[in-house]
Design a protein around this ligand. Sequence first.
Ligand code: ADP
Ligand code: MG
Length: 486
Amino acid sequence: MGAYELEGATGPWEVVIGLEVHAQVISRAKLFSGAATAFGAAPNTQVSFVDAAFPGMLPVINRECVAQAVRTGLGLEAHINLVSRFDRKNYFYADLPAGYQISQFAHPIVGEGRIDIELADGSTRAIGVTRLHLEQDAGKSLHDQHPSKSLIDLNRAGVALMEIVSEPDLRAPEEAGAYLRKLRSILRYLGTCDGNMDEGSMRADVNVSVRKHGEPYRTRCEVKNVNSIRFVMQAIEAEARRQIEVWESGATVTQETRLFDPARGETRSMRSKEDAHDYRYFPDPDLLPLVLEEAWVDALRASLPELPDAKRARFIRDYALPAYDAGVLVAEQATADYFEAVAKGRDARLAANWITGELFAALNRTGRSIETSPIPPAALGALLDRMADATINGRIAKEVFEAMVETGQSPDAIIDARGLRQVTDAGAIDAAVAETLARHPDKLAEYKSGKDKLFGFFVGQVMKAMAGKGNPALVNAALKRALDAG
Ligand code: ADP
Ligand code: MG
């Protein structure tokens, strides 16, 4: 990619970005209690005494949440720390009944890893992951339920989160978008987080600074809790432009926490560094250090599914797909599975084209996902087979495809009912050619006088005369014969 930079009054500026992503762990129970975690339950119906911080209650670590964090670390090719520790992060807020959040500060469960992102020009860049740690989520304050009071829902209190921190390696809004999409894809393949940003199960804090090329990093600001990839990209651009203006006015950017207002497309200050919390971290005395057995970690490693990068490489190698198409197909596991079901024993590139072209358009139009596709893989496969055995041509196939979306019928049923079989009969094709040439004597004369480009026009007219059902290769050949002879 041509290096992204923003133009200021003093020339170009480079943008430096690091992301802190909070990803809610998929687990039936919370990090330190047995309470349920289902999304959308009635307020305060999934709260144990531990979550409500009743005196004397003790946290007990949930083995499944630990396994999920380790799986995620392995999926990010990260170092797994066999010994980690939980700390108390102290602050007072109405939705935090204990007055502290249990988190991992000095000794996270996962250390350095990486995420490879693919850029628009087809190149790949490795983005460093600094760490992944486990922590509890807080409850939720509801401000719109009562005219004068805020209500508290503790269902989310104690749910396990993974905080995944990147190095400040990202250099453009698009790179941040690609990083989040790739991370979400990996989490979904692993089944460790559903990546659903609308429901808040994945949210990002966006750290942004700007600098002149070749300089050390300058002061960053953190834009908190951005809940869509589009907003992350918009927030970066808005915040970077703001900082450039500050520097160019002769002032200095001060480190602070800001919020992005999508309606106005700008960030505004939430709190400055001076107001930053002093969390008084200390090891949680109720919890022993978390010690993992190497064999257990190895067993988790051995049970990981094939991840998007490996699958993409395999699709390029085994199906001879262009890198871009392979990347699109592996983004969601369900799409990759769909593709493989269609491609098996068929022209894989053609299968890829139909899926990323016609099928994606139809899903978009009908508001369906690949899991609820109106056309199952076997039916799309059958359609490709009817092209391969020359029952229909590519143009008619699109018509059949649309009818499949509308009616849910098989391609064969539609081809038969509508009489769409391709015409290969030489007599019928020659007749259509003769008729077409007779109808356009002027164009024929132009062609004869050297206007070769008219060949395409004649092909179109012959096809039209045959209601689109002529075999394209045979039509071309017959037309060429007739024009050369006459
Ligand atoms: P803190 O402990 O204050 O949160 P960290 O070192 O953990 O600080 O960094 C938090 C995030 O900020 C990381 O994602 C990191 O990549 C990013 N970051 C650090 N320095 C910069 C910078 N100068 N510009 C942009 N992002 C930065
Ligand atoms: Mg941090």
